[in-house]
Write a protein that binds this ligand. Structure first.
Ligand SMILES: C[S@@+](CC[C@H](N)C(=O)[O-])C[C@H]1O[C@@H](n2cnc3c(N)ncnc32)[C@H](O)[C@@H]1O
Length: 291
């Protein structure tokens, strides 16, 4: 066993029961898929608040929820005044669950390709994409697709975060040590995750279970965090991506909300530092009428 792996394992052990990475509510949600759906549904207010703050219209609009996952938030746009709503996601299982639980005449769910969005040109008014863009493999092509399906004057609201975020590898349950991926190699991280996963004190999440309800034997047999899971884009890569797209764009960084938030906001202006201390970014893309 490597010293770095042992050190990281001990760090996980030290913070595992704290809320450094996830608070109690999030941990409980992670342990049961229905609770997880409920938790995700609770994010809708957060999304609508951002939409209101940044001038992204929802009322009376045809909305596309891009990367809708299990679809629990999708239908809620209708209750908040959207005229119609379509959820698309590349994951067929999620789309099936979404259709079964939340599908209706006015809330449609469609499986997309890794890039292709199976919708007509200029068929939606507003796109919302929450916690998705850090995952997509070909975000430049996705932006072209979003541009195509959006009507002129339409807007896209993207909520995402960069690869220097303390928990960017999305290994929340097994690697709750902030910025571990900035210090340790991915190989070390995955070896430590594997040990954590197999430890008797580790509490399995719903992601760890197979369809029969049994804990999957071993999830971390790889040397790198796969790029089809998280794309590892830095905030500056997102800047370049949006800059190169056909959209006009504005980015709104959110610093960590803690007693230090006032100070972290001051440091958001320092390019390399902002990569580490930005909790989230909201990006508004605008398809101008002239296009
Ligand atoms: C963290 S989940 C967020 C789900 C949902 N937006 C929510 O807030 O509950 C990320 C979702 O993005 C989807 N996704 C990743 N790459 C995608 C792609 N290229 N096209 C469409 N969806 C994609 C995943 O399948 C997953 O459901």
């Amino acid at each position: 066993m490597w010293i770095s792996e042992q050190l990281l394992y001990l760090l996980v052990r030290a913070v595992y029961r704290t809320d450094v990475c996830q608070d109690r509510e999030m941990k409980e949600a992670e342990r049961d898929i229905d609770k997880y759906d409920e938790y995700r549904a609770g994010r809708i207010d957060h999304i609508l608040e951002a939409a209101g703050r940044y001038g992204v219209p929802m009322e009376g609009r045809a909305i596309l929820d891009f990367g809708c996952g299990n679809g629990i938030a999708t239908g809620q746009y209708l209750q908040k005044g959207a005229s119609s709503v379509i959820g698309v996601d590349v994951n067929g299982q999620s789309i099936e669950r979404a259709k079964e639980l939340y599908g209706s005449e006015s809330v449609r769910f469609i499986q997309s390709g890794s890039v292709e969005i199976p919708l007509e040109d200029q068929s939606v008014d507003t796109v919302v994409s929450y916690d998705v863009f850090e995952h997509v493999g070909q975000p430049d092509l996705i932006l072209d697709e979003l541009y195509r399906v959006l009507r002129p004057n339409g807007k896209v609201l993207i909520g995402t975060f960069g690869w220097r975020h303390p928990f960017a590898p999305h290994l929340y349950a097994t690697m709750p040590v902030p910025w571990a991926h900035c210090v340790f190699s991915e190989k070390t991280i995955l070896r430590a995750c594997r040990r954590v996963y197999l430890s008797p004190w580790y509490v399995a999440t719903h992601h760890d279970m197979d369809s029969a309800g049994n804990k999957k034997p071993d999830k971390y047999r790889m040397d790198e965090i796969p790029l089809d899971y998280v794309n590892k884009l830095l905030l500056r890569d997102f800047d370049s991506l949006f800059q190169a797209s056909k959209f006009q764009h504005e980015t709104y960084p959110i610093p960590f909300s803690s007693k230090w938030a006032r100070w972290t906001r001051v440091f958001l202006g320092v390019p390399w530092l902002r990569e580490y201390i930005t909790a989230y970014i909201w990006v508004v893309l605008n398809k101008t009428a002239a296009d």
